[in-house]
Write a protein that binds this ligand. Structure first.
Ligand SMILES: Cc1cc2nc3c(=O)[nH]c(=O)nc-3n(C[C@H](O)[C@H](O)[C@H](O)COP(=O)(O)OP(=O)(O)OC[C@H]3O[C@@H](n4cnc5c(N)ncnc54)[C@H](O)[C@@H]3O)c2cc1C
Length: 303
């Protein structure tokens, strides 16, 4: 009831859409997650600023998501407002060797814009189903590159509700992480720096890379890509496979038989199923190798 009133107020403030009791399973690639009390899909960056001001003056919790491709949302859902930085902020423009793009654009769209313009450095982004905002926060990457290598700077709304620009060096990029993780800072747009490269070569390399990924990755069931970060000098998938984890199942959550670092939703998996499976895997790897696996996926919400 109280959320209906807040939703009404929010609708009068923003151009984008505002929903109540929105199932988060619609907004995660795992297709798992309880309901968000309030869900806002902003129309532009000014909408984001208004939402942030709205929640901060009322002490309402705020959760920011992108394409939900690295998220496990718990079954009890998310209290307060979920802000999805998506199609309202998806413009991409190229000038010389620089690309400016909204944080809601997708990584494969960035790769395609670079390819058309003959700019190298973005090939890795072609296969990662995340938004630029999520990609920056996670320092998304693959064997052939990562966000930290090509990001020049990012425009964010900071803790004081101001638009500020943070440069690459200020973001504390490391393997699959940045210092934006867990902060109340929202990425709205970014500048990317490429280098001149033959379009034909980029096309060829991208095609080869996407074919390799397709061959190595499980297909057909909702998932969130790699669940654990690779420990230094090793691969989480190799460790899980070596201790017999492939195919392990809790409810409808199953460790892929093709790639042991992926957990598939076979149909009706709950976040509880996935979390129980995660704990089992961690215990097996710890006991077999004395190595503690750390999650790459971000866990949000309540039980
Ligand atoms: C099939 C598949 C393959 C994948 N392959 C790869 C891969 O090769 N390499 C790789 O690195 N990852 C991979 N991933 C994981 C995922 O795509 C990346 O981590 C991606 O960068 C996440 O982006 P997202 O927009 O989905 O972010 P989300 O999952 O929505 O969010 C991730 C984190 O970023 C934060 N966030 C999102 N948007 C913003 C914003 N605008 N401002 C501030 N914070 C924000 C969220 O709060 C959360 O903490 C894969 C996932 C799948 C499903």
């Amino acid at each position: 009831m109280v959320y209906t009133a807040l939703a009404g107020e929010l609708r009068s403030l923003v151009k984008g859409t505002v929903k109540t009791d929105e199932p988060m399973s619609k907004h995660t690639t795992w297709r798992i997650g309880g309901k968000a009390d309030l869900f806002v899909d902003p129309g532009d960056k000014e909408d984001i600023r208004r939402v942030v001001e709205f929640v901060r003056t009322r002490d309402i919790p705020l959760t920011v998501i992108g394409n939900g491709s690295n998220l496990l949302v718990k079954d009890g859902g998310i209290r307060g407002v979920v802000l999805k930085v998506g199609r309202g902020l998806a413009e991409i423009s190229v000038q010389g060797t620089t690309i400016k793009a909204g944080a809601g654009a997708m990584l494969p769209e960035l790769a395609a814009a670079a390819r058309r313009a003959g700019l190298g450095g973005f090939e890795f982004a072609a296969g990662i189903p995340g938004s630029l905002g999520g990609g920056i926060v996670m320092n998304a990457g693959a064997v052939n590159g990562c966000v930290a290598n090509v990001l020049h700077s990012v425009e964010v709304i900071n803790e004081h509700n101001r638009f500020v620009t943070l440069h690459n060096k200020e973001l504390g990029f490391q393997y699959r992480t940045s210092n934006l993780q867990g902060k109340q800072v929202i990425c709205v747009s970014a500048l990317w720096q490429g280098y001149a490269k033959s379009k034909a070569l980029i096309e060829q390399e991208t095609r080869d890379y996407l074919l390799k990924r397709k061959a190595a990755q499980p297909q057909g069931y909702p998932n969130a890509g790699s669940v654990f970060k690779n420990p230094a000098g090793d691969y989480a998938g190799r460790l899980i496979e070596a201790c017999g984890g492939k195919g392990l199942r809790v409810g409808d959550a199953q460790v892929s038989t093709k790639h042991a670092n992926w957990i598939l939703n076979l149909g009706r998996a709950t976040a509880r199923d996935v979390l129980t499976l995660i704990e089992k895997i961690k215990k097996m790897v710890q006991e077999a190798f004395g190595i503690e696996l750390h999650l790459e996926v971000r866990v949000l919400g309540e039980d």
